[in-house]
Design a protein around this ligand. Sequence first.
Ligand code: AMP
Length: 114
Amino acid sequence: MGDTIFGKIIRREIPADIVYEDDDVLAFRDLNPQAPVHVLFIPKQPIATLNDATPEDAALLGKVLLAAADYARQEGFAQDGYRTVINCNTHGGQTVYHLHVHLLAGRRLSWPPG
Ligand code: AMP
């Protein structure tokens, strides 16, 4: 599996504003935020896209999502609400091929997306 910029962030080869880490999950602020809060949650074990996830990845994907929900609670915006997004491949707008969950919050987000 090819390395990505997120692999470099995991290995601390490039800087990132890391807001959460455990054995399986890393979270850091998006470089180009689309909302007052825009954090990326990634599995440390890389999965290129959601298409590449297998049943063996189910627990890991659950940990990534639950880490995002915990962060929302801890930061105090869980009740107001937030959005989690996983972009997949070209039509989904994916640009980094290391699966990640965008957590967007801090303002009312429009729906549907463009
Ligand atoms: P996606 O388009 O869903 O693949 O999302 C990739 C996201 O990674 C984009 O929102 C980028 O702004 C963000 N991004 C790219 N490079 C970095 C970086 N070095 N640090 C933080 N976020 C990044």
